[in-house]
Design a protein around this ligand. Structure first.
Ligand code: SAM
Length: 244
């Protein structure tokens, strides 16, 4: 049926492509892709060949109207190189404009590195806040961290290997030395999730920057966070009442 189909694809293990995702991709009139070489590999894996339209940050504004127009009579599928489209990936404006034009929007959910990492780290999952990629420059990064320091929730961030240690140090500095997890190469051969405090993880990865793709999970503020001024004052007042 005509419309827009948001299709999640594997984040490493091709076995994670769902049968429904496979069916939608094989029936799509056109597949909007980040990188046609990456998606060609996926389509080859399921033995189909479909027309592809590159759709990425640099051409999205130019090609979006054409894709929206096609949705009136054709099935347009959107995929990212890996994982769920729109999650630190292009797509939200395509969905917005498809809705505005009255087209059907259907999602085919599946792998997402942020959610997969949350299931590995053993930190609270009842409330979490997704930060995507922090700015790479130290000052902007520190500002972004300060903005979320008071949020009572687990934090989820995407990061690259070379920047991991510096990012963990900046998080320890800005949030206090909370419990955290570094999930790497999820669903791939060298999948691992290393847990510890932010400062111990920063030290560990300073020696050897890890390879591959990474999600950082930071636990919510708790006992491990540094005492605030108010806490100190309250303790002092309480101690004074016990003086002889
Ligand atoms: N839309 C994708 C999703 O649903 O996860 C995320 C796209 S974002 C451009 C790519 C980032 O996701 C990587 O830099 C890394 O932080 C994270 N990532 C993707 N695949 C991963 C994997 N297999 N293991 C760990 N992190 C991964």
């Amino acid at each position: 049926a005509p419309g827009l189909y948001i299709v999640a694809t594997p984040i490493g293990n091709l076995g994670d492509l769902s049968p429904r995702a496979s069916m939608i991709l094989s029936q799509a009139d056109v597949v909007a892709v980040e990188d046609s070489r990456v998606t060609a590999g996926l389509l080859r894996h399921i033995g189909v060949k479909r027309p592809m339209q590159p759709y990425h940050d640099h051409n999205a504004d130019a090609v979006r109207p054409g894709l929206i127009a096609r949705m009136g009579s054709e099935a347009v599928a959107l995929v990212s190189d890996a994982g769920t489209p729109l999650i630190s990936d292009p797509g939200y404006k395509l969905v917005r404009d498809a809705r505005a034009a009255g087209h059907t929007v259907v999602t085919i959910p599946g792998p997402c590195a942020a959610i997969a990492a949350l299931t590995l780290a053993g930190l609270p999952t009842d409330r979490f806040f997704f930060l995507g990629f922090l700015p790479s420059k130290a000052h902007a990064r520190a500002e972004a961290i300060a903005e979320v320091a008071a949020i009572k929730a687990t934090l989820v961030l995407y990061e690259s290997g070379p920047r991991l240690s510096a990012c963990l140090s900046a998080l320890a500095e800005g949030l206090g030395d909370r419990e955290a997890g570094v999930a790497r190469e999820i669903t791939k051969k060298f999948e691992e999730c290393v847990t510890g405090t932010l400062s111990t993880l920063a030290a560990r990865y300073a020696e050897a920057p890890p390879k591959g793709e990474i999600v950082i999970i930071v636990g919510p503020p708790g006992e491990a966070s540094p005492a605030t001024l108010e806490d100190g004052e309250a303790a002092l007042v309480e101690a004074l009442t016990r003086l002889p």
